[in-house]
Write a new protein. Structure first.
Lengths: 104, 104, 104, 104
């Protein structure tokens, strides 16, 4: 089962700046060989369900190992059985619709 | 690693009523032997990370098997290493604070 | 437009315990006169869109005023035009389905 | 109060393809004059709290007007009082950290 997720990890008890922890997770996801794209409020990741979920778990383990005593993550997960769809397809689909209506 | 999650699964392409799919997931979670509590916009589940995540995956598989071609799930995941905490502890902690301030 | 939301507010930069901030938000929501139900990973709230959103904004203002320099909130919002539905209706609908299948 | 949000709107009861509804929301957000960036699982938007929330409400109204009887939205909301921060700042901060560690 292929999955596209949006992953936003928030360490608590480490002060107000969280970029070092987010960076560590970027490395975990990259090292897992998963397609991903960081945006301003999370990271899109896609791949086989078990591989993506293993990376999310490793991020929690890594962020705890860096010293964060508490973590709260928000994860959106999309699966479909009707057709194959990748992250860029979703963006292309909306952009095609916008252009078709002559509004971009 | 113990986790407390909030799980909200939304099948697409099956019409406007989703209760049959949510019910099927309640049975998956119960059959996994995991502590859980359904509320009006999701279900809290707690247990070992791998067991909780296996149940979430089985819910996606089951809802697809019931005929939903597309699923989007929102999942919050909380882990902590500083102390053991269960779902009811979180609620008790807020209620104790409310009562201590004489506001309930 | 009536809305049912699930609201989870997380203050950053204030240490690992967040119950005082969550309690303050419970008081904001109660004082707004909105139906609500706290669970282990958030609070369900329902009412007119503008009233619910005004309460969410007041929670951010209050938690900042208590000293939290940064806040991240996760909010699910449900609206429907086909029929009136309240929080308990959603729970009753799933429970009726579970009982109809003789599985509870 | 300035806010950065991540907005993901899901219409129910309209079949499996949702791109026409997402496109309509892109136009609503653009017409509101708000900075925004669409990714594969939502749209980042930033601006004054009331303006951003008014756009989110207009999206629900528009998607219902297009015929969707039910909508579920997931919204993340970030505010901070310690300093001004824009969407690109968050991305730059993580990238700077990654480069500082020689890992990009």
């Amino acid at each position: 089962m292929h999955v596209i997720v949006d992953f936003c990890i928030v360490p608590l008890g480490v002060g107000v700046s969280v970029s070092a922890y987010v960076s560590a997770c970027q490395r975990v996801i990259r090292d897992a060989g998963l397609d991903h794209h960081m945006h301003a409020y999370g990271t899109n990741i896609e791949g086989p369900w078990d591989d993506v979920m293993a990376a999310v778990k490793r991020c929690h383990e890594e962020v705890h190992a860096m010293g964060a005593p508490r973590i709260t993550t928000t994860l959106k997960l999309g699966t479909r059985t009707d057709r194959e769809q990748h992250m860029q397809d979703k963006i292309d689909s909306v952009n095609a619709d916008l252009q078709g209506q002559g509004t971009v």
